[in-house]
Design a protein around this ligand. Structure first.
Ligand code: ASN
Length: 314
């Protein structure tokens, strides 16, 4: 069964951990994690435990291998994101966040994207009764506080990596998805990010490019009250989020429109049937944040045990 050479694997892992770029980025990441947590706690958010295994997880909007295990005779999935758990927990807990480890078994060609690991952490945030705009404002403030935090705590690492790390003028620029496609074509994320010198919001991403769970504009069918943020300098996606659909009928209609198996979401839809309130939130990829701050070619350089798509490693 074992096709990998463990000796080689261990050798690679030792070399990786000894790489000064890896050591600097891990140090910087520690500051980023602390700063993001502090920003949220200061604003009344509460950290809750991650969920690793559940009969309910994010369907995602792109294909991944789908690891599922049988637990006491029932199927459970490794967490791809805690989107539904956030939406459920926030009904009672109001303002929450999770340092959430996610497993997404990305297809092999993603190995060279520079942006994908099949195990990563996102700081996943949700607030009850909040609008998308409130969440965008929070994201900008948190990002700027983390950049300022790194600048003051990690001077030596930034100098070694030749990075400046300054907070950005606010508010960040916004482009509607439709305009982004019209002006930059299908590969707009790559193009906009490459030409940008500060983060750029992509807003109003349509249902066809998104999962079913973000909320539609009441008067613009198919267009969602959602957002992505792009890092500048070509580092692409920093975060994604939106307002969540909360009306049972609409949730069901959208699951059908996306041609997804209703059964897979029953733990959520049955709860929505009883009545839930609107919430908004987003998730910031911690390794991608670190990669951008450090200016590294691959996100794997920000993790002590990087899981590169298509490769088995420690
Ligand atoms: N964390 C994202 C959100 O809040 C969802 C995801 O990771 N797919 O919308």
């Amino acid at each position: 069964m074992m096709n990998i050479n463990i000796e080689d694997g261990i050798e690679r892992s030792i070399k990786h951990l000894a790489d000064p770029r890896v050591q600097s980025s891990i140090k910087i990441q520690s500051t980023i994690r602390q700063s993001l947590r502090d920003s949220l706690v200061r604003r009344g958010f509460m950290e809750i435990s991650p969920t690793l295994l559940s009969p309910l997880t994010d369907p995602l909007n792109h294909p991944v291998y789908d690891p599922c295990i049988t637990v006491y005779g029932e199927k459970m999935w490794l967490t791809k994101s805690m989107i539904f758990h956030k939406q459920i927990a926030v009904q009672q807990l109001k303002k929450i966040f999770i340092m959430s480890p996610n497993i997404r078994l990305e297809t092999e060609e993603k190995a060279s994207s520079g942006r994908h690991l099949f195990e990563f952490t996102q700081i996943d945030i949700e607030e009850l009764d909040a609008s998308r705009e409130v969440m965008m404002d929070l994201a900008e403030v948190m990002i700027n506080e983390a950049l300022a935090g790194v600048r003051s705590a990690n001077g030596a690492e930034l100098a070694f990596l030749s990075r400046a790390c300054r907070p950005f003028p606010r508010p960040f620029n916004k482009i509607a998805f439709q305009d982004a496609v019209a002006n930059y074509g299908e590969k707009f994320e790559e193009r906009i990010s490459k030409e940008a010198t500060a983060p750029v919001w992509i807003v109003d991403i349509p249902l066809k490019a998104r999962e079913f769970y973000d909320r539609e504009y009441p008067d613009r069918p198919g267009i969602l009250r959602d957002m992505d943020l792009l890092w500048p300098e070509g580092y692409q996606e920093a975060l994604s989020g939106g307002e969540r659909e909360f009306q049972y009928e609409k949730i069901m209609e959208r699951i059908r429109k996306k041609e997804q198996a209703e059964e897979q979401f029953r733990w959520f839809t049955e709860l929505a049937k009883r009545g839930i309130r609107m919430s908004s939130g987003f998730g910031i990829g911690i390794e991608r944040f670190t990669r951008y701050v450090c200016g590294l070619e691959h996100v794997g350089l920000t993790n002590p045990f990087p899981k590169i798509p298509g490769t088995v490693s420690l």
